[in-house]
Design a protein around this ligand. Structure first.
Ligand code: G6P
Length: 568
């Protein structure tokens, strides 16, 4: 496909549009009665099972989607990504998060250089440093062991590590290796988040890890300065060297901040922020908490999916299939949202992480060549663990709008519980819902069924479930570090595949800039108003009124800002 051709102008796209009209006339009840079809919509790789038989799709849909992938050059784009080509063209960068989890002997080139040795130099440094901290050979300024870690970072420097930390927290092996240690995350510039993070912690036993790709993000830098103050006001300025380390691509700014460059852990501009959890961004704080050997398993799980994505034919390729189905739902069936529904409390931070990976990657309005898109790209991702979500927003999913759902289940619980006298184990109880919900969505309930149940006629319309609501199910064998790595990589690659089809740049994020620069203007205004009593000017009526009101009502904030840390 010529690079300036939009995907929506190609024949396979047009055929899919016409085909979607036919498929909309069928019902999942009928599609699911064809066992042959269902059988062909189950794929397994490395213990992970994907069943997409409850997608509103036929065998013909699949074939047509493969043709779309062909005309969109998906295979070529995957190869370009793995070969380190500058596919992030607006930032002129390679996109090589796969190199972060590649085996030591792999060769992955960026700009003519094999980056794998650099990756492993940093991993070795992390291993060494975290062993020093965990063994107590590195101590704080007063000679005490550093048992607690606060990771300061936001966006991609926060959400992925938080997801993995939350997922590992109840894994038996991880629990064992984290005994006596705490890992916290400070992301929001809201001072309440500082207060919550330092509550109950002693600076003497705390290590602060500043995580920022650019080392310029306003929120992270203010939080970093705040925690530097917390440490130095308690232990003296020289304590910072023992209590603060950094992860960044910008080692000059790390040094300027006052962190010893020896205690800085590098990564590279070919790692996108939201794809950085497998770099020092995630590996350092997570190894401090769980030990490097646990986190190495997480990297191996992600690497297994990387190889699969690269070499498996599309019919059996989990991320490619998932990506194609997402495009089908969004662009042809017209369902703009997706619910991510893990039936595991350990995955409670998975949807928030994927929200960033997906919405920041694919929420674009122009093609990679800058041509405005005549169709919507991206999807609205949200989710909560089951069964909690069932008691919250599932009403809308069952009887309101159609939202394709990803059901994620786990065969073996991290924490099995059985009660004598109960019908099933606690995990079986959870999984009963995992298995039931997709069928409830697909089949629904008809008025005939309701009448047979003697439902009073006036309630029948309220109790009808139209069904025909698509979902897919992913079944993981367990939820250890390896499986968590697999799950992460499946979603990362799925999102890339969607972007490859839509013909957009999934690896830049210009849409976050405008709000940041307007906040700079407001920050300047707040400063001159508080320090010099300047009236608010240069804003529209609404912002001027609100700012004025805010300033008047918070006049107790001292203009000279004497240091004040949370009083909690
Ligand atoms: O890691 P940092 O440079 O501090 O960036 C943190 C975050 O900043 C921005 O908001 C970007 O949109 C995110 O992709 C990034 O992860």
């Amino acid at each position: 496909m010529a690079s300036s051709t939009l995907i929506c102008d190609t024949q396979p796209w047009k055929e899919l549009e016409a085909h979607a009209e036919d498929v909309k006339k069928t019902h999942l009840r009928d599609l699911l009665s064809d066992d042959e079809r269902s059988r062909s919509m189950v794929v397994e790789f490395d213990g992970i099972l994907l069943d997409y038989s409850r997608q509103l799709a036929t065998l013909e849909t699949k074939e047509k989607l493969f043709k779309l992938a062909e005309v969109a050059s998906v295979k070529e784009k995957i190869n370009q990504m793995y070969n380190g080509e500058h596919i992030n063209s607006t930032e002129n960068r390679s996109v090589l998060h796969v190199a972060l989890r590649a085996p030591r002997d792999a060769v992955i080139q960026s700009d003519g250089k094999n980056v794998v040795p650099d990756v492993w130099n940093v991993l070795d440094k992390i291993k060494d440093f975290t062993e020093q901290i965990r063994s107590g050979s590195w101590v704080g300024a007063t000679g005490k062991e550093l048992k607690d870690v606060i990771a300061v970072g936001i966006g991609g420097s926060f959400l992925g590590p938080l997801f993995v930390h939350t997922a590992l927290q109840t894994d038996p092996e991880a629990i064992e290796s984290a005994r006596g240690r705490q890992l916290r995350f400070l992301a929001n510039v809201d001072p309440i988040d500082v207060a919550r993070n330092i509550t109950g912690l002693n600076p003497e036993t705390t290590l602060v890890v500043i995580v920022s790709k650019t080392f310029t993000t306003a929120e992270t830098m203010l939080n970093a300065r705040t925690l530097r103050e917390w440490i130095s006001s308690a232990l003296g300025p020289s304590a910072v060297a023992k209590h603060m380390v950094a992860v960044s691509t910008n080692l000059k700014l790390v040094e300027k901040f006052g962190i010893d460059p020896n205690n800085a852990f590098a990564f590279w501009d070919w790692v996108g922020g939201r794809y950085s959890v497998c770099s020092a961004v995630g590996v350092l704080p997570l190894s401090l908490q769980y030990g490097f050997s646990v986190i190495e398993k997480f990297l191996k799980g992600a690497s297994s999916i990387d190889q699969h994505m690269y070499s498996e034919q599309f019919e059996r390729n989990l991320p490619v299939l998932l990506g194609l189905l997402s495009v089908w739902n969004v662009s042809f069936l017209g369902y703009p949202a997706r619910a991510i529904l893990p039936y595991s409390q350990a995955l409670e931070k998975f949807a928030p992480h994927i929200q960033q990976v997906s919405m920041e990657s694919n929420g674009k309005g122009v093609s990679i060549d800058g041509v405005p898109l005549p169709f919507e790209a991206g999807e609205i991702d949200f989710g909560e663990p089951g069964t909690n979500g069932q008691h919250s927003f599932y009403q809308l999913i069952h009887q309101g709008r159609v939202i394709p759902c990803d059901f994620i289940g786990v065969v073996k619980s991290q924490q099995p519980v059985y009660l004598s006298g109960e019908v099933v184990s606690n995990h079986d109880e959870l999984m009963s819902n995992f298995f039931a919900q997709p069928d409830a969505l697909a089949y629904g309930k008809t008025s005939e069924q309701l009448q047979k149940e003697n439902v009073p006629p006036h309630l029948v319309p309220h109790k009808i479930f139209s069904g025909n609501r698509p979902s897919l199910s992913l079944l993981l064998p367990s939820l250890n570090a390896y499986n968590i790595g697999q799950l992460l990589a499946i979603y990362e690659h799925r999102i890339a595949v969607e972007g490859f089809i839509w013909g957009i740049n999934s690896f830049d994020q210009w849409g976050v800039e405008l709000g940041k620069s307007l906040a700079t203007q407001v920050r300047k205004q707040l400063n001159v108003s508080r320090t010099q009593g300047e009236p608010v000017q240069g804003f529209n009526f609404s912002t001027t009124s609100m700012l004025t009101r805010y300033l008047q009502a918070s006049a107790d904030v001292p203009a000279d800002l004497p240091t004040r840390l949370p009083q909690i």
